[in-house]
Design a protein. Structure first.
Length: 320
């Protein structure tokens, strides 16, 4: 008999945990919670699935010290954890105001969560990214000029980190919150259009959905297709990532590729710039420099063999 309704968030997360995250019986998952809709759903889902899958759950929240509301939002997370019988702890950080604030706050948050995994003996760190988040991230990377490796974002599992809700849509999260009467906080910055991600979420993605209702699935399939077999683009000798300033870096060993594949890689990269060079260092590691290099503009590209005698300089710029 055909299913009359779409799978619930519990069903989607259960399937992802079993088939993609690799969580086994007896292991412990630390859930990153903020008090927001996504993380509260994740905490509730994992607490409900713990007995079925045989894992245990602890929860941890991080207050960056940037918003006075954050402490009250974590109080909501603590209350939900207590009602579910899940141990909850929090970290209080002080991220100094200044440039690149979001990136620095994210780095500090993950450092605190990784430390919490160590102290609690957690095998995994679960975050509440879902399919819409992943689609937004792919679009953000495209806007920044990322290459294949840069678009292979947010796998269901990356080392210790797992994303059990990644095969669910934002609508699935909302439906779960409503069905179970869960209280959650709303961060006003999630609607602040000064942030590029918010504009992608509230302006670009809705437009793309009008043009192609399946765009979220298409962008997720693209990210899946670009992931290496291990679940991460890292280590794939064919993977490349765009760098600010026009530099590309091909990771892994290009020597493992055949001549046709080497040529294919070179054509893909050189199409992004007016000139490029590829060489093999000691016959193993590969590096691609494109844009501003010391090579003359009209000089032919080098593929394989020895590195050009004239030293190529990599342009300045922070990694994506």
């Amino acid at each position: 008999m055909a299913r009359s309704h779409p799978p619930t968030l519990l069903t989607l997360a259960s399937r992802t945990l079993r088939e993609e995250c690799g969580v086994t019986r007896g292991e412990r998952i630390l859930v990153a919670v903020s008090g927001g809709a996504d993380s509260m759903s994740l905490l509730h889902v994992l607490a409900r699935l713990a007995a079925k899958h045989g894992f245990s759950v602890v929860a941890h929240g991080v207050d960056h010290g940037l918003r006075p509301e954050a402490s009250r939002e974590l109080d909501l997370a603590a209350a939900l954890a207590n009602s579910l019988g899940v141990a909850f702890e929090r970290s209080e950080l002080r991220v100094a105001p200044g440039g690149n604030l979001q990136a620095r706050a994210r780095a500090a948050r993950y450092a605190a969560l990784e430390a919490a995994c160590q102290t609690t003996g957690a095998h995994y760190l679960a975050t509440a990214h879902h399919a819409d988040d992943r689609a937004e991230t792919v679009l953000l990377r495209l806007l920044r000029g990322a290459g294949p490796r840069g678009l292979a974002v947010l796998p269901t599992r990356s080392g210790r980190r797992i994303r059990p809700l990644l095969r669910a849509r934002r609508a699935d999260v909302v439906a779960h919150l409503t069905r179970h009467g869960l209280t959650f906080a709303t961060d006003a910055s999630n609607h602040d259009r000064r942030f590029q991600r918010v504009r992608v979420r509230e302006e670009l993605l809705p437009l793309l959905l009008q043009l192609s209702p399946g765009i979220v699935g298409h962008l997720n399939h693209l990210a899946d297709a670009l992931l290496a077999p291990s679940g991460s683009a890292e280590g794939d000798p064919r993977a490349a990532v765009a760098r600010p300033g026009g530099a590309f870096e091909a990771l892994g060993s290009i020597a493992q590729l055949g001549r046709a594949q080497q040529n294919q890689l070179f054509r893909a990269l050189s199409s992004r710039t007016s000139h490029a060079s590829i060489w093999l260092s000691d016959g193993a590691e590969a590096r691609v420099l494109a844009g501003e290099t010391s090579l003359g503009e009209n000089e032919p590209p080098v593929l394989g063999g020895r590195r050009p005698r004239r030293k190529a300089t990599r342009p300045a710029g922070n990694a994506d």
